[in-house]
Design a protein around this ligand. Structure first.
Ligand SMILES: NC(=O)N[C@@H](CC(=O)O)C(=O)O
Ligand SMILES: [Zn+2]
Ligand SMILES: [Zn+2]
Length: 428
C-alpha cells in the first residue's frame, strides 16, 4: 500500500498546521515531514478529524435496492466523511438473524468504502412480540453490538426489560426508537398549533418522552445500557439529564435535521419534510443544540433514510417519513454548532466520531489523532461552502430537505485504514 502524506493540516482545527504520514493503515508520524513516493494531500491548514461514525443509517439492502444499496450508501458515507456506519435492521427481510447481518457486514467489506456494522433487530420481524436471536447475531461474523427495532418502538415494557437484560450479558446496547404507539396513531406532524391549523394529526412530545423516561428506569434497574435514537424534544433532553445525574447508563443521539429544521417547514405541505420523529419547534431546536454541546446528548447520528420518488412526491399523509443525511451531516453540524460557537472542532470530533464509536463498541474508529493509531481520518475545509443538490448526491434516492441550500464545511478527503475513500467530492 502506498504511503499517504497529508501536508499542513490542523489537528482538531487547533494549533499550527502539521504533516501527517500514513503507512500500512496507521498514522506513522506527525511533524514536519518530507517523504518521497508518498501520495500527497495538500491540506492548506484544513481541519483533520478522526473519521466520522454514524450510529444510525438506513442502507435499504436487502429489499429496497431501488432507493439505496450498501454500495451507494457506502459511497455517500465516505463522501460525507464517515469511516464507519451502523446499518439499521428495518430491511426486507429484516436483519433479525445471523445470515442477514453477516451478509450486510460482508457486503460492506467487499465495497470497502466504509465499515458497515449491521444493527440487529430486537424482535423477530420487528413485530415487537418475541426477542430475536440476539446471542447468535452477537456471536456471528458480524459481531453485532447494537440492537434496534428502529422505525418501530419496542413498546412492550416486559419485552424491553428482557432485551435490556439480555444485551447487557452480551456487552451490547439497545437503541430505542422512542415512540409510544398508542399516542401516535395516525400521527403526521409535531402536535402543536401548526399541525392543528393545517389539519395534521399530532405526534405529541409526550409519546417520545414517556418512553425515554420508562426505558431509563428499566435500564437503571437492569444495570444495562440504553441508547436513545433521534432525540427530538427539549423534554427528552431534560429526562436524559435527570437519568444521567442518577448514574443511568444512557446515551443519546440527535439528527442534523432536528438541529436545524422546525415545523415551520410544514407550511410548504412538501413531504420532503416528513420525518419520524417529526420536526419540532424553534425552542426544541435551541435546547437540543445546548444539550449536544453540554454532553446531555452524546452524539450526532444521521438517520439517513432514502426513499423513492413515488414514496415522497405524493400527498403528505401517504408519504414515507425520512430524509437523506450522510453527505450533509457535517455541514449541518458546522452551521448549527460550530458557526454558533456551541462546539469547536474538537467537540465535533467528540460528537461525530469518538462518542458514537464508543457507544457502538468500535475500538478502531473514533481514536485520537496520534502516532500508531489507525488512519481512519476526515479532512474538512471549514471555510468552503457548497450548494446541496439531491441529484448530485451519491445515494440512489434524492430526498434531501436541504435542496438548493448553501452550507458551510466541505469534506475534502476521507481515509479508511490509510486508503483514500473520498477526495474532492469523488470516490477514491
Ligand atoms: N426516520 C424516519 O422517518 N424513517 C426511518 C425509520 C426511523 O428512523 O424511524 C426509515 O426507515 O425510513
Ligand atoms: Zn426511528
Ligand atoms: Zn432510523
Amino acid at each position: 500500500m502506498t504511503a499517504v502524506l497529508i501536508k499542513g493540516a490542523k489537528l482538531y482545527g487547533e494549533g499550527d498546521p502539521v504533516d501527517v504520514l500514513i503507512e500500512d493503515g496507521v498514522i506513522a508520524r506527525i511533524g514536519t515531514i518530507e517523504e518521497a513516493g508518498a501520495e500527497v494531500i495538500e491540506a492548506n491548514g484544513q481541519v483533520l478529524l478522526p473519521g466520522f461514525v454514524d450510529l444510525h443509517t438506513h442502507l435499504r439492502e436487502p429489499g429496497r435496492e431501488d432507493t439505496e444499496t450498501i454500495a451507494t450508501g457506502s459511497a455517500a458515507a465516505a463522501l460525507g466523511g464517515y469511516t464507519a456506519v451502523f446499518a439499521m435492521a428495518n430491511t426486507d427481510p429484516v436483519a433479525d438473524n445471523a445470515v442477514i447481518v453477516e451478509h450486510v457486514y460482508q457486503r460492506g467489506q467487499e465495497v470497502g468504502l466504509v465499515d458497515v456494522h449491521p444493527v440487529g433487530a430486537v424482535t423477530v420481524g420487528l413485530k415487537g412480540e418475541k426477542l430475536a436471536e440476539l446471542g447468535t447475531m452477537a456471536k456471528s461474523k458480524a459481531n453485532v453490538r447494537v440492537f434496534s427495532d428502529d422505525g418501530l418502538c419496542v413498546a412492550d415494557p416486559l419485552l424491553m426489560r428482557r432485551a435490556l437484560e439480555y444485551t447487557n450479558a452480551l456487552g451490547a446496547v439497545i437503541a430505542q426508537h422512542a415512540e409510544e404507539p398508542r399516542l401516535t396513531v395516525g400521527a403526521q406532524a409535531h402536535e402543536g398549533e401548526r399541525a392543528s391549523r393545517l389539519g395534521y394529526t399530532g405526534w405529541p412530545a409526550s409519546a417520545e418522552e414517556s418512553i425515554v423516561a420508562r426505558d431509563c428506569l428499566l435500564a437503571e434497574h437492569a444495570k444495562a445500557r440504553l441508547h436513545v435514537c433521534h432525540v427530538s424534544t427539549s423534554g427528552t433532553a431534560d429526562v436524559l439529564r435527570w437519568a444521567k445525574a442518577r448514574g443511568t447508563q444512557v446515551s443519546a443521539e440527535v439528527t442534523p435535521h432536528h438541529l436545524l429544521l422546525t415545523d415551520s417547514r410544514l407550511e410548504t405541505y412538501d413531504p420532503i419534510n416528513k420525518v419520524n420523529p417529526p420536526l419540532r419547534t424553534e425552542s426544541d431546536v435551541e435546547k437540543l443544540r445546548a444539550a449536544l454541546a453540554d454532553g446531555t446528548i452524546d452524539c450526532v447520528a444521521t438517520d439517513h433514510a432514502p426513499h423513492a420518488v413515488q414514496d415522497k412526491d405524493c400527498e403528505w399523509s401517504a408519504a414515507r417519513p425520512g430524509m437523506l443525511g450522510l453527505q450533509t451531516a457535517l455541514s449541518i453540524v458546522a452551521e448549527t454548532m460550530v458557526r454558533t460557537g456551541l462546539l469547536d472542532w474538537r467537540g465535533v470530533a467528540r460528537v461525530m466520531s469518538e462518542r458514537p464509536a464508543e457507544i457502538g463498541g468500535l475500538t478502531d474508529h473514533g481514536r485520537p489523532l496520534a502516532e500508531g493509531e489507525p488512519a481512519n481520518l476526515t479532512l474538512v475545509d471549514p471555510d468552503a461552502e457548497w450548494t446541496v443538490s439531491g441529484r448530485e448526491l451519491a445515494s440512489i434516492a434524492a430526498n434531501t430537505p436541504y435542496e438548493g441550500m448553501r452550507l458551510p464545511g466541505v469534506v475534502t478527503a476521507t481515509l479508511l485504514r490509510g486508503r483514500i475513500t473520498a477526495r474532492e467530492g469523488k470516490i477514491g
